[in-house]
Ligand binder design. Sequence first.
Ligand SMILES: [Zn+2]
Length: 155
Amino acid sequence: MRTQRQVVDYSLRKRAVLRELLAGRVGTYDVCDASPYLKNAARFHGEPTDERCPICRSENLTHVHYIYGDELKQSAGQARTLAELPVLAMTVREFQVFVVEVCLGCDWNHLVEQYLLGRDGLAGSPEGGQEQDAVGGAAASGNGAGSRRRREAQR
Ligand SMILES: [Zn+2]
């Protein structure tokens, strides 16, 4: 999605968990602990992937998208299908998405990534407006954008 911002990727952490598992420092029991809620969310709102489960290798992983944010009110903390997210992003200024991978075979689950969505990130957001307001005096100096950015940074 084009409007994704502040993306945090958890694949390194996942690899670390898998290494620990391979080394026998944690058991599958510790990492394959998907709750009934998470598994239901995966069944009803999940996005099937082509990626094999790294633990049992017999099922493909399902991605569950959880949404968080004050503007979502009672919807905060709920799972949404991937198709619902762009629609929501048009109506809400900003909300957080957490993507969790789940295996419905062995209950493996891990955070994949998190990011922000919402109208705030779309073109024509208030950011463009601010820039125009600031042009006034700086435009004459020739490097208005640079000095403006420096001033922003000093605030
Ligand atoms: Zn599995």
